[in-house]
Structures are given as C-alpha cells and as structure tokens.
Design a protein around this ligand. Structure first.
Ligand SMILES: [Zn+2]
Length: 334
C-alpha cells in the first residue's frame, strides 16, 4: 500500500498543470509551511528576548541614532497572559517586528492579541502592520491618530523608506489604531491586569505607560531613557518633568524604559532622564531670563554629565535648542 501511495504522490508531484485532486493534496502542506512573516525583508540584527519577571519579556534596542542597526534602537515588551500575548511598542520596521514575533513564538504558542503603542514616534510604530495582519487589536494614545493622518507622518515614512531601505519600504504603512485612550484605563487580559496610564503631552503629543500589576513591572515608553541622551523634539519638557516627579516607583520590581536596559532599581532608572530635563531646562531658563543668545548659553552651560552618552552628538544640541525656543516663546507670551 505504501508503495502505491508513494507512486501516486510522485506522479501527482510531476503532473504539472494537471488539476486533479492528488496534485492539490500534494501541494497543500507545502503552502502551509510558508510563514506569513516571510514577505518581510529578513532582519540581520541580533535580538535577544530577555525575561524580566514571571509574565514580562522584552527586547532591547541598541544605542545609536535612528538609522543605526536597521533602526533597532527602541525597546519592545511582551506580556504573556493565559489568553494571549500583549505587546507594548512595535519597533522601527516590519522586519524587526517579524523577528520579535519569531522570538515570542519560541516561548509561547499563544497569539499576540493586543499591541499597546506608547507613542507615535517612528522607531516604535513601523512594526505594527505585522501584528495587525496577525489579528491583534492596536491600542494607542490620543495624539497618535493626528500623527497617522498628518503630513508629518507621511513625510517621516518617506524619509525612513530611504534611510532604512530595504527594511522600511513601499509596503510599509502606518497602521491606524483600533482603540484610542485619553485617560487612565485598567484592562484585564486573561489572568493579567494592566494599568495603562495616559500621561498627556510629555515626551510626545500623547504618551502611555503600562503597569503590569501582577508582576509590578512598569513598561514606561519614552518618558524614560536609559543609557543614551533622551530625544526631546516635540516634547513638552515641563509636563514631562512633572510626570517623572510624580511617578510612584516605590512598589515597582522592575522598569522597562523606551530605550536602554530594563532596570531592577526603578528609582535609579528615572534619574538620568530627570536630571537631563532639569539641567537643560534650568540652563535655558537662565539664558532666556538674562536675554542671552542660544550659542552663548549653550557654550556656557555644563553638559559634562551627559557628553559621554550615546546620541549626545546627534541629539543634544538640537534638544537644547528646542527647549530654548519653547522657553523664549513662553517668556514672550507672559
Ligand atoms: Zn523612542
């Protein structure tokens, strides 16, 4: 019987163009083996899925500017519930998200059912389509939709299609959110409770952070940067500082920032961003009050605490200039 079956199978494999039942049966298993992720350009970056607590894992983007390492500069987290996986942030290209998803498939057979986007910046959202196409619900802060529809969103994508080619390409698109949050929201997913904090305009024009209540782990998004100069373009640094000062980290067991390593000492982790924002704001506030020019104020200030951090050269002066302009505008309107 076996031989007859094998012969039939062989015949059906070679019987090109013959649309009989055997042909279909022989080809069907092959088609199923092609991963839906195969259509994305294969990423060559090293990405290690790290366990932070019982239910929480993350991958850590590398230090550098936006287009280094295929754009793998930001973190993404995964919360494994008994109903499915909740991902927080989707990385900077579909290729990176596909690689992240492959890593997740090694530790769980549950699908990704929700993706929470902490904010709209390109390094956190271009992987969304991978999860959306697999059926996940996309949850984003108010502010995300404005960006997704706006000219700035389109021109950023055009720029990244050039600078991150072929990983961000003509098939990359900005995914619309299925659900938009504009207030603190508690969400139960399977056996896990998530406290999602809506922070308003802080690092961007709408930030979320996600507390995994069961594990006391905070996935903070970009309100906290570790190990590199924070990016403050488009930020409201005054409100951002307020958010950080109010952040109750007393019961946290770990914190996953938007960039940099997960911290077991959350209070320490917020120090860098807090000190950075304070230093920049204080120096520029004095400059504006004393009617100094930007160049003069920049040269006079002491940046030594930050000048050895990655992204200092690429981001710092521009950050400071943005804060100077906003404080100058504030002083004019008073
Ligand atoms: Zn970021």
């Amino acid at each position: 019987m076996k031989r007859i079956f094998l012969l039939t199978l062989l015949f059906s494999l070679y019987a090109c163009g013959d649309e009989n039942e055997n042909t279909k049966k022989a080809e069907a298993p092959q088609a199923e083996q092609v991963s839906p992720l195969a259509k994305y350009e294969k990423s060559g970056v090293e990405m290690a899925l790290q366990k932070v607590s019982e239910h929480v894992y993350y991958v850590q983007g590398k230090a550098g500017i936006a287009t280094d390492n295929e754009g793998f500069i930001s973190n993404a987290a995964a919360i494994i519930t008994n109903e499915g996986v909740v991902v927080v942030d989707a990385l900077g290209s579909p290729s990176l998200a596909a690689l992240f998803l492959e890593k997740l498939k090694m530790i769980t057979d549950k699908p990704v059912i929700k993706v929470i986007v902490t904010h709209y910046h390109a390094d956190h959202i271009y992987g969304l389509q991978v999860f959306k196409e697999q059926g996940a619900e996309i949850i984003a802060p108010a502010g995300y939709l404005d960006y997704a529809d706006a000219e700035i969103g389109k021109s950023r994508l055009e720029e990244r299609r050039e600078s991150l080619d072929p990983f961000v390409n003509e098939d990359t698109y900005i995914v619309k959110a299925d659900r938009v949050l504009d207030k603190n929201t508690q969400m139960t997913v399977g056996d896990i409770t998530l406290d999602i904090h809506y922070l308003g305009t802080a690092h961007s024009s709408g930030d979320l952070s996600v507390l995994v209540v069961n594990d006391a782990v905070l996935v903070s998004g970009d309100i906290i940067f570790e190990g590199r100069v924070p990016f403050t373009g488009g930020a409201d640094t005054a409100h951002w500082l307020e958010v950080l000062e109010k952040l109750d980290n007393s019961n946290l067991k770990a914190l996953i920032p938007g960039h940099g390593p997960a911290a077991k000492e959350p209070a320490e982790a917020i120090k860098l961003t807090l000190n950075y924002l304070k230093t920049v704001r204080t120096a520029m506030q004095e400059a504006v009050e004393n009617l100094m020019s930007f160049d003069e104020a920049y040269d006079l200030a002491d940046w030594s605490a930050f000048e050895n951090l990655p992204a200092f050269g690429a981001a710092h002066r521009r950050n400071v200039y943005g804060v100077f302009l906003s404080l100058e505008a504030d002083s004019m309107s008073q």
